[in-house]
Design a protein around this ligand. Structure first.
Ligand code: S3P
Length: 443
């Protein structure tokens, strides 16, 4: 499927984005661990999350809909063995997190598969620590790649220092630790998003987090969960597209009710350091509205520290960098090679299809911005190559949406191939884009 975006001026807008994807996945997966009933309000309807919903239902969780809420009747690790492959679609978060849940499901065998992108993403990073806990998991490529086969068995706690900064790996180990004998302790020297720790604590798990300036230590013991009702806040990774549009376009944009907690706000800090005018109104509980205003941006060095806090927003930060004055360097973002596509290559490729000067660096890339001044009229001043512009998304949702945002502010038409990928995280992207006054047609 292809999208055609026509460059334009847009209008001021106040928009909302789907529920946070990371929190939505975890809200569903907790129903495999907890044995009581709870509700989830504002769950994302992204395809990735629907894959998780389908899988937990297949594994025995009863789910019903009540208005904007779903009600889940948890199975408390009493999982039904499925008679077919569990299909995670495009979701790396799902395949990694659920491996930690299924590994300890004694007497049951599971097979996990996904799409062609999943088949290329590293799985050794979860298989290794789970195997140390006693798990029996095999995969292609000497157990480094999906599809995966898991024979559920009794697990035991381990002490583990994380070799990669990954919230997915951390979460898989914590889910497994909840159903293991003894204590599981893990240490991360680079902090990553803490949704799993936070949600497990809210559900009453016996979990302790010790933070020092150099590391976080998290310990978990087997415990019975006491579910609470969950309200899913808006997804900051989806909001980021419209925050950037407000900065580099000619009209301010507000995104309401977004999760603003630590480890997810790195893109906001970066955009502010580039000179972006952004107002944050904190509504408490890590929730707030973000309003961005047309701004003259300057290039900065992003990373190498703190990159997990903005890793999913790098493609759209690349778009902001293309409009900024001077060079922006993204350093220490090698993990992008292992996302839905090789996002160092595909972000550079997306920007290059507009004529932006960009290139790869060791573990990162640079973007030479055009120094556009929003007060002078976007379309006239950005000077990007003329039509036809064809962005190849490589079926990566974040590349497709980043291309649409840059296309919105570029004279003439931009074609984006593989636009259906947007459904994996942001099914309402087209309507939000239109409500900001831009033209997009999906064929
Ligand atoms: C996620 C963690 C991050 C992020 C991904 C979602 C999560 O991945 O890029 O989109 O929900 O735990 P890593 O754990 O690989 O860093």
């Amino acid at each position: 499927m292809k999208a055609v975006v026509r460059g334009g001026i847009g209008n001021e807008a106040s928009v909302s984005v789907p529920g946070d994807k990371s929190i939505s996945h975890r809200s569903l997966l907790l129903s495999l661990l907890a044995s009581e009933t709870y509700s989830v309000d504002g769950l994302s309807s992204a395809l990735d999350v629907l894959a998780t919903k389908d899988i937990v239902e297949t594994l025995g969780v009863h789910i019903s809909q009540e208005g904007s809420r779903i009600i889940l009747r948890g199975v408390g690790f009493d999982i039904s063995e499925p008679n077919d492959f569990l299909d995670v679609g495009n979701s790396g978060t799902l395949i990694r997190l659920i491996s930690g849940v299924l590994a300890g499901s004694e007497g049951n065998t599971f097979f996990l598969k996904g799409d062609s992108s999943i088949g290329k993403r590293p799985m050794g990073r979860v298989i290794d620590p789970l195997t140390k806990m006693g798990a029996k998991i095999i995969g292609r490529g000497y157990s480094t790649l999906a599809p995966l086969g898991i024979v559920g068995t009794k697990l035991h706690g381990i002490d583990y220092e994380m070799p990669v900064a990954s919230a997915q790996v951390k979460s898989a180990i914590l889910f497994a630790g909840l159903n293991s004998s003894g204590t599981t302790t893990l240490v991360e020297t680079v902090p990553t998003r803490a949704h799993t720790e936070e949600m497990l604590s809210q559900f009453g798990a016996n979990l302790e987090v010790t933070r020092t300036p150099t590391a976080n230590k998290i310990s978990i013991e087997p415990s019975k969960l006491r579910p609470i009702d969950i309200k899913v806040p808006g997804d900051p990774s989806s909001a980021a597209f419209f925050v950037v549009l407000g900065l580099i376009g000619q009209c301010s944009i507000e995104v309401t009710d977004v999760y603003l907690g630590p480890q997810r706000d790195g893109f906001l800090k970066t955009l502010i350091s580039m000179g972006g005018r952004i107002d944050l109104s904190d509504k408490g509980n890590g929730l707030g509205d973000i309003k961005s205003y047309p701004s003259e941006l300057s290039g900065v060095v992003v990373g190498p520290d703190g990159t997990p806090d903005l890793i999913d927003e790098v493609p759209i930060l690349g778009v902001a960098a293309a409009m900024a004055r001077g060079r922006t360097e993204f350093l220490g973002v090698g993990e992008l090679r292992h996302k839905e596509s090789d996002r160092i290559a595909t972000t550079c490729d997306m920007l290059a299809s507009f004529g932006v000067d960009t290139g790869e660096l060791d573990g990162g890339f640079y973007v030479d911005g055009i120094g556009h001044d929003p007060s002078k009229g976007v379309l006239e001043s950005n000077g990007f190559v003329q039509e036809p512009r064809i962005v190849v998304s490589h079926y990566d949702h974040r590349i497709a949406m980043s291309g649409a945002i840059l296309g919105a502010l570029t004279q003439g038409e931009t074609y984006i191939e593989g636009f259906e990928s947007v459904e994996t995280s942001f099914p309402t992207f087209v309507s939000v884009f239109r409500s900001c006054g831009f033209e997009i047609e999906v064929r």
